[in-house]
Every structure is written in C-alpha cells, then in structure tokens.
Write a protein that binds this ligand. Sequence first.
Ligand code: SAM
Length: 875
Amino acid sequence: MAPTPRAAKAFNAMKVLGIPEETVRPILKNLLKLYDKKWELIEEENYRALADAIFEYEETKAAEGKNKRAENVHGMDDMAKESLVHNESEPPFKRLRSKHQDNQASSSFVSSCLTMGESSSRKLTLGTGSPQCSSRQERTVLSHVHLEDERSEPESVSPETHLRDKRKEYPSTQHCPKQGEAERCQPSFRDRTESDVNSQMHHRNKGKEPVSPQISPRKKRSLTESPTRSICLKEPKVEPGIILLPKEKPMPVLMKPKSEPFTDDLPEFEVPIAICPPDKGFLTNEAIPDPVRNGHSLVRDHSTAETERLDPMMSNVDAMDQDVVSDLACKTGTNSELTNVDEESLANFEIASSPLGEVKISLNCSSAVGHKDFQMPNLDTVLKMVEDKCLKTYRITDPGFSVMNLMKELCQCFLELGTNSADDEQQRLTKITSKDNMKNSLGSNGNPSSNFCLPASFSNGSLDLHSSIAFHVPRISELLGLNGLGGLNHVVKCNQKFVGNSNGERSMKKNEPKDLEYSNSRSLVVVQQHHISLDDIRPLHDVNDISKGEERVKISVVNEISNEKYPPTFFYIPQNIVYQNGYVSFSLARVADEDCCSSCLGDCLSSSIPCACAQETGGEFAYTLEGLVKKEFLDKAISMNRDPQQHRLFYCKDCPLERSKNEDLPDPCKGHLVRKFIKECWSKCGCNKQCGNRVVQRGITRNLQVFLTSEEKGWGLRTLEDLPRGAFVCEYVGEILTNLELHERNMRSSGNEKHTYPVLLDADWGSEGVLKDEEALCLDATYYGNVARFVNHRCFDANLVEIPVEVETPDHHYYHLAFFTTREVNAMEELTWDYGIDFDDYDHPVKAFHCCCGSKFCRDIKPPKRTRSSLLVLR
Ligand SMILES: C[S@@+](CC[C@H](N)C(=O)[O-])C[C@H]1O[C@@H](n2cnc3c(N)ncnc32)[C@H](O)[C@@H]1O
C-alpha cells in the first residue's frame, strides 16, 4: 500500500539526507508506535526525532560491526588499528551529522545527542567530518535535520534564524551555559548510572530548575528495541499546566515520551504539601494582621531555626514567607481502583497556596499502585483515560470536557472560595474557640466519627486552637462539586504530617483521622475524601426493567445462577448517540425527494404501487404486512453471514479500518461484505407513523429478558415469547464512533477493559471512493447501549441476523443495525448472532474470547493437541 502523505513527506525529508526509504520505513513504524501515532512529534523540528532514531540505529549497527572487526583485528599493531578506525566509512547521513555536531556543540540537537551517548571520545573515534566543514554543507544539515524555533513551521525558518533562536533559547533549555560544559552537563545518557541520574535530579530539585523529574529539559531517551539496538527518542514539548508529578523519584532510564505541564510559572514550593493562608482578611481581631509586614501575627514569632530543627521542611516554608504549614495528604480514588493496592498510599492530592493567592495543585501517585516495571505513561494518554472515565462515570456529555480545564476550574474555585471566605466568614467558617471544643468534636475517646481531616496551626510554636478561624480553605469536595452526585460515600482517610510544635509534639499523627469538619486555624484546611464506589455513582440497573422505561416494553434482568444481581453497569440508551468526531447528519434537507415518499398517505405497504422508499430494496418493500422481513431478503442476509466468500466483498484501496490500526503504513484491506439495506419511511415521507415500512424505528416490541448464561458467556439476552422467522428483535445501539476513536479507546483501555461491544458500520464502504476517517463509523456499546449489547455470539447458526437499515440518512456511512430472527425462536431461548469474528485475528477490535457458543459449526474449536501417545499411534 502506498504510504500516506505524511509518511511520504517523512521519507522525502530523510531522502534529502541520503537515507533510503527502506531504512526509514521500519524505524518510522516503530517511532509511530512509540509516539502513539503522534505525527507532530515526529515532524517537529524537521523530523529530528526520526533522523535521531535512524542515526542511533545506524550507530548501534556500526558499533556492533566495529566490535566484531575489533575482535578480528586483535593482534594487529596499534598503528594499523588506528588507521583502520580513521578510514572507516560511514553512511552519508551519519557523516553529515557528525560534521554538524562538531561545529554546533551548543545547539540543542548536539546536546541532545550528547545526552544520548555521543561522548566526545566516541565522536573522535567515529566522526569523519572535519570541524571546518563548509558552511554550505552545514546549512544543508541544519535545514533538514536541525531545529527551528519551537513554534514556527520548519519550512519558514531559515538556518540563520534558527541559529539565532537556538542561541537565545539554549541556556534556559539545556542548562549548559557554555559550549565546553555541554558534555559535563549532559553526560552520555546510555553511560549514565542511576546515581548520575539521581544526583542530577537532586541538583535540579535544589536549583531553579523544574521540581519534577519529569519536567526536565528536553532530552532524547533511548527505548530499547532489541537487546542490542536502540531507538533515539525526543521528549515532546512540555506545556504549561498545573499538575505536578512526583518529585525526587529517580527517572527510569527507559521511558516513553510524554508531554507534561511545565510549572516554572508557578512559585517554587519546595515543601511538597503546604497550605498557606493568604495575607489579608483571614485573621480575626484576636490576631490583627500587619498588612505592611505580614498578616500572620499569630505565628510571627515562631522561630525559623526552631522550625527547622523540628522539621526541615519548615525552612523552605519560611523561605516562602509561610508561617503555618499543614502537610496534608488525602487519598482519593474509586473503590474499584483501590482494590489490591495499599489503600493508605494510593494517591495524595495536594494543594498549596501562597499569600498572593497562587495555587499549586499536585497529585502524587504512590508507587504502591504500580509495579517494579512501571513506566511513565504519556500524560496526554492519562488525561484522555481520565476524561473517558469521567464521561462514562459522571454522565458528562460536553465534548469539550477536559481534565486540564477541570484542573484550571479547580484552581479558580480554590481561589474564589478562599477569597470569598474573607467576605463571608459567618457562613463558611466554623469557629472553634478552645481546645475543649476540639476535644468535644473529636468525641470523648477522640475517635473519629465523621469524615474530615483536620490540619493544625501554630502559635508560638504550639498548636493554637484558641484563636478564631481565619482562612477557609475550600474542601476538595466543594471544589469538585462531588456532593451533587447522589450516593457518594464520604469516607475520609487522611494522611497527615503536621509540623510539630516547639515541644517536639506533633499536632496530629500521620493517618490519624479526626472528627472535625472544621477547625480553627489561619491555615484551616478541611479536605474531604471520597472513596467513590462505581456502583454509587453509576446507575444501578432496575431488575424489573433494565431500560428504565426507555423502551416501550419492560426488559427484566434475572440471574438464576449466582448471587450477582445486576450486569456490570452501563448507561441504557434506546437510540444511538454520536460520541465526538463521527460525521452523522440528520438534516432533513439532505433527504431529497427521491429518498422519501412525500406524496404518500397512510400505510405505504397497502398501496398497490410501491413508493420511492422501496427502491432501495429493488422496488419491493422488505417487510411483509405482518412486519416481518420477507423470505428472500432474509435468506440473502443469512447466507452472507454463513458463506461470506460466496458474496460480493469489497476491498478498499485505502481501508479506514486498517488505517485506524496503523495510519501510516496500513495493512491491505481484508474485505467488507457489500450488504443489502432496508430503507424505511421517515419524517419527510407523507405516510403516517403506523406505516408498515416503519419497523425498526418503532423500537423493541417483543418481550425480552437479560439473564446470566450458564455457559461462561456472561450475561445474555433471551426472548420470553415465541418469535416467528424474520421478526425484528432489537437494534444494536451504542455510541457512534469513528474507527479511529474506537482504536484509540482500545489503546487506552487496559486488559479487561478492552471494548467488547463494538460493531463496524461498513455495510456500504464499497459504494464510495476513499472514506474519510470521520465517515468510517462503528458503534460501541461499552458505556452506552441497549439490550443488544447482551446478545452473545454463536458461530454460523445464530438465531439472529443483522441487517443494515436506513432511516434518517440517505448516505450509508451511518445506518441502523437491526437484528431479525433467522428462524422461529421459542420462548426462553437465548438470542444469538454471529459476530463474524475470526478467532485467530488477535488484532480485531473485539477482545478475544474463547468461544462457548456450543454450535457444531463453532469456528473456535481448535484441533486437539496431539499428545505424545497419539503421535506414537500416528507413527
Ligand atoms: C457483546 S458482549 C455480550 C454480552 C456479555 N456476555 C455480557 O455479559 O455483557 C460480548 C462478550 O460476551 C462474551 N461472549 C459472547 N459470546 C460468547 C461466546 N460464544 N463464548 C464465550 N463468550 C462469549 C465475550 O466475553 C464477549 O467479549
């Protein structure tokens, strides 16, 4: 298959460097995989990442070859060896880079290559270019391999501009002020030991550089492709944001690229978890603030030295002009996510604010959740996954919803509520005027009886509970507005580390939950934690009617096998909904006269001459007067499923399905059945709602039941009434996704979460040229769906068959997928359809499962493994 324009462009860019397509192709493929198909990262800086990866690959190959030759030359005298090294030939692109490097040691390109392991000694050995290479040659390299200003288009930047920009940019991005220091600052990445990394991290944390190890200067990373070869990766650009990733964790050497928020614009909070009251308006008249010096008179005399002695963190706090510190770490997470992990250390949600109202939010995920092979995921992917979870869990339907916006909102609310508290103290704050009050609140035994964490404050080095509350730090729940979600479990487990008093006492011990909702303190912090059970926030199914009244008939749920009362939760929808990018137009204006029967009246089926709507089915309606699919039509649909090779298969030139799996180098199309559509009358038609050519659009009319099967297939669907052949049972309803969106969902979901409920809407892909991504649609009923999501698979002789039905849209990108019975079905029989899956195709979007359909034609029956004894017999 021809490469996509983007791939072709990449090939061309490399060709200019003398790198042939055959070399580029496998490396590009790998890079795309590693970068999650984020082309921008590859195209950035004139394909720098790609060029780097190729160079690195070539180098490794060359080094391997050299090692081998070195073994062979063992025994040669030194002169002979040296001359061999110097005369060694290299591929042209390698040479170009070496020259460039020698001359441009201060550029980020060189620095990043140094980072990857181009020590100067290696350069001397490997490099063939002269440091005085012609400027013309150098420019060629620069314009094709080198870097432009991050924000400008590669083509629009001249090498000169580039150099200028780079020189400007260099000191801040590379932290190597002088050329000569480049190698010292950026030792060979490959050669770096863990302690090197740690010491670098340590240095970084101490200095002006970003706090988080992930917010590191741009550098390339090596992702081992095979034990002997590595690919060079460039870390994507960081974006401004507010999430901080955990500090002081040694950076794993092998990491996937990720984009991260850069937090330089926020104040440097060395104390990881601190909440500091703003300067003004937070003190009662018992502690009158001095607006000029500092408002925090209550603790003004708390000596820094003493604090430092008690807790080294305090020195940093003082540096920030903060005088009250609570270290608060409340875990958040859903019950399901908390299982199998140490609940105490899942995650710490931390908010810090400065007296100027700057807010820093940090979420520390404990290593207890991950395992020793943990690799930093791509932040974009994490955000997308969270967004997906939010979309399905909280019924957020706004396609513009994003976690980053949520975080910004959180910041804003934090500031708003914190500021409002000064104006509206009475409403917001609870005064606690004595230690006794606190004791009372804690209960006689001091045990917690409610769900909140309590911070501490200090006065003269001791916990001061006498003064009135000054600063209301909003509760996390207020900020997140989670109270609105019915059934939330307000359980708080706080992980507190409060600063001790001058007697060395700690105001609260770690993990000691307290009973107070509010406490006095100018640094009052009340954080509420939600252990949210999925079942608390997702709708529980009604066993009497899983559709909750959305269908015309009730659909009950029964389990005669185990105690599990309900199927896993999902949102019941009676009609498809568009997820995001899918192009579905229901515009009446698009339905032309030939696509409807505007002059009809009453029931089209009773008319002697079939109307325009029957044209789709060869001038005859597909339905009988009884509302069943006619025999010929049904037979054909069944035969297509049972014997697809006997029917017309369409092979796309540029298959959207394959493209969604690998956009750049897609596999050839595997073929799509060209199916026959039923066209139903619709709004623009003149007939009435009772017209016999409107069956699917009326929805479910049969008595159905969701039940737990006994054959390890999970839940299934059955009929409670006898059904004739050709009867409409239900439509397959779900979210309308593009194939790309489905593929992305699958890539994001892990293991068991793989989408098990998608169907492809490819019945008419053959009628058009190349389909755009937004036109290649599928239905995913994983989160939103109807009863059809319970219909299990049966190989070949299923009792349901799917038929594409056109209702609103004359174009067939989008259509309804309707299930009709293939034969008479008795009451209580399970309803099944043939998913059409190839059990050997592990690439299929439906998660692989071992088929238990019980059909004698089952395609998943593997030939029995030959035992030793059977082999003996066969011989
Ligand atoms: C569309 S869902 C069907 C409903 C599903 N049984 C449930 O409990 O929600 C598809 C999934 O059901 C299971 N399944 C369906 N047909 C099956 C079969 N013949 N054998 C085994 N598992 C089956 C597989 O786990 C498959 O991924």
